[in-house]
Ligand binder design. Structure first.
Ligand SMILES: Nc1ncnc2c1ncn2[C@@H]1O[C@H](COP(=O)(O)OP(=O)(O)OP(=O)(O)O)[C@@H](O)[C@H]1O
Length: 309
């Protein structure tokens, strides 16, 4: 049991009669990177807010770091930290002043020394005396994370930490997450970026329509799909009509460019049926490639099956 640092059983939450979370069960291992994937409005932030004591659940039993969230919210608060989509950094203060402010707010003994250690760890020492408003987006996120580590948390909630970052800063942030894991911190990450989950997560759960529709390692999730992912290429004129034909297929994903991916059962019959469908509609398929399933395919297939019922 103690192997799991977060244990969620039957979590329900609704807003004004609208059910957002409809019975979430999750177990997260100590020291792992857990990734909650979901599209816009799926309930990721709501889940994080409940787990970090900012919001009360309607129903459910939640244990974090060995403490019952309902009975011992203060103990939970002392064990965790959170950074959100919008960095909590005060732009008028220098990096160092921001860190000291948190240290004082949390009554951390030796907060100045701790701040220096964290500056070093996040390669911000050189910028510590600069007003944080002059930092780049990536530096600001790093400062935000450093601030959230002042209290030495066991768990760090990162709610969409790379939203709004350019690709270079996104990769830099991923490296920071890997470092945090190496420091022994359990990471609870929410994201809409499948690549992020694929790169970082030990365990992924897909939140869809208020429930966890699939979970496991990235490899296990990919195994949920038949091996018959097929990528079809079209020319510009035929791409639109091809897309409308595939709307009726399960898990058709629009890739960048003029290609579409379709899940089949991997059989020759399935592929033939598909190609005949295009031929009958007068659509020329330029090429066909067998594709290894990606996390995106799994995600789309979950979202798609959720919409059917
Ligand atoms: N305080 C609130 N009052 C009413 N509805 C709310 C409140 N907070 C969230 N919701 C609704 O709950 C649903 C889930 O929102 P939530 O912010 O948890 O989603 P999310 O998965 O984090 O989405 P995003 O990726 O867009 O941030 C949304 O439909 C949202 O409008």
């Amino acid at each position: 049991m103690q192997d799991y640092i977060i244990n969620i059983n039957g979590l329900y939450k609704s807003f004004k009669g609208v059910d957002v979370l409809k019975g979430i069960n999750l177990k997260i291992r100590k020291g792992s990177v857990f990734c909650l994937l979901g599209s816009n409005g799926a309930g990721k932030t709501t889940t994080v807010k409940i787990l970090s004591t900012l919001l009360q659940a309607d129903k459910g039993k939640i244990n974090i770091c060995g403490f019952d969230l309902k009975k011992d919210p203060q103990k939970v608060r002392e064990s965790i930290s959170m950074t959100g989509q919008y960095a909590a950094v005060d732009e008028l203060l220098t990096g160092r002043e921001n860190m000291y402010l948190i240290g004082q707010l949390l009554h951390i003994a030796g907060y100045k020394e701790r701040a220096e250690i964290l500056f070093k760890q996040f390669e911000l020492s050189g910028a510590a005396n600069r007003r944080s408003g002059t930092y780049s987006g990536g530096m600001r996120r790093k400062l935000d994370i450093a601030m959230s580590l002042m209290g030495n948390p066991q768990i760090l909630f990162l709610d969409e930490p790379t939203t709004g970052l350019d690709p270079q800063n996104r990769i830099a942030m991923w490296q920071e997450v890997i470092k945090l894991k190496q420091m022994g911190i359990t990471i609870f990450l929410t994201t809409q970026y499948l690549e992020e989950a694929e790169r970082l997560a030990d365990h992924v759960a897909i939140l869809n329509n208020g429930i966890i529709t699939a979970e496991g390692s990235v490899g296990q999730l990919k195994n949920l799909l038949p091996i018959g992912a097929v990528q079809l290429m079209f020319d510009e004129k035929q791409y639109g009509p091809a897309q409308s034909i595939l709307e009726a297929e399960s898990a058709a994903s629009n890739d960048a460019g003029l290609s579409l991916t379709v899940m089949t059962d991997g059989s020759v019959e399935a592929l033939t049926t598909l190609l005949v469908k295009f031929r009958d509609a007068g659509i020329r398929v330029k090429s066909v490639v067998q594709k290894q399933p990606t996390l995106e395919d799994v995600f789309l297939s979950q979202i798609y099956s959720g919409k059917e019922d």
